[in-house]
Design a protein around this ligand. Sequence first.
Ligand SMILES: NC(=O)c1ccc[n+]([C@@H]2O[C@H](COP(=O)([O-])OP(=O)(O)OC[C@H]3O[C@@H](n4cnc5c(N)ncnc54)[C@H](OP(=O)(O)O)[C@@H]3O)[C@@H](O)[C@H]2O)c1
Length: 210
Amino acid sequence: MTIAIIGTGSVGAALGRGWAAAGHAIRFGSRHPQSDDVQALVASIGSQAAATPPAEAAAAAEVVALAVPWGAAQSAVESLGALSGTILIDCTNPLAAGLQPAVGSDTSGAEQIAGWAPDGARVVKAFNTTGANNMADPDYAGTPLSMFICGDEADAKSTVARLAEDLGFEAVDAGPLDRARLLEPMARLWIHLAMTDGFGREIGFKLLRR
Ligand SMILES: NC(=O)c1ccc[n+]([C@@H]2O[C@H](COP(=O)([O-])OP(=O)(O)OC[C@H]3O[C@@H](n4cnc5c(N)ncnc54)[C@H](OP(=O)(O)O)[C@@H]3O)[C@@H](O)[C@H]2O)c1
């Protein structure tokens, strides 16, 4: 499948490399598609990858992954043009200064993004609850990390679950899109554990069952 990834930072690069390795075509949507850094990323992935302005990348794709800072999310989404029927994966975390939440507890970044997205976009929250290092390698001594996914459309979530499995995650359907109100604070927990509490980035969440 052709996947557009908006943003060429840590998350965009990890997802692009992983999905290209799984056989997908990658279209990075970048503000500076011809920059040395973006062209180096594209070259490192190979012929399945290209970089264009965001709207052009999105127009070519069945799935669009949004991987930009929260402060840029609204303008990035609104710049994408028509997304009718397109799956829009929200990988962002709505963070303000000091790792404080940038949205209240009675909504979520994902729900705001669904409101900003053009009619017909099918928003799924995923790839926000763990670090980009784990997106590059979710294997912990033979055990795959869980990737929690939420959204209001079963078909769209199934597609995103397969894309999580393509990276090596176990996909967990965490319910409707408003469960992003839980997944986004979970990301803040990961960040605090990893970055301020001394655990480091080589940690991740796993749902156990018995
Ligand atoms: N880093 C992680 O481990 C991690 C894990 C889970 C979720 N997230 C979330 O995923 C999103 C992306 O994180 P990241 O770590 O990949 O960020 P990053 O390394 O800073 O990269 C973000 C990318 O977004 C694009 N962008 C578009 N508008 C921008 C603007 N106004 N300012 C800066 N960059 C802009 C840039 O690509 P172009 O220059 O090519 O346009 C940039 O490379 C964030 O919402 C973050 O909270 C991060």
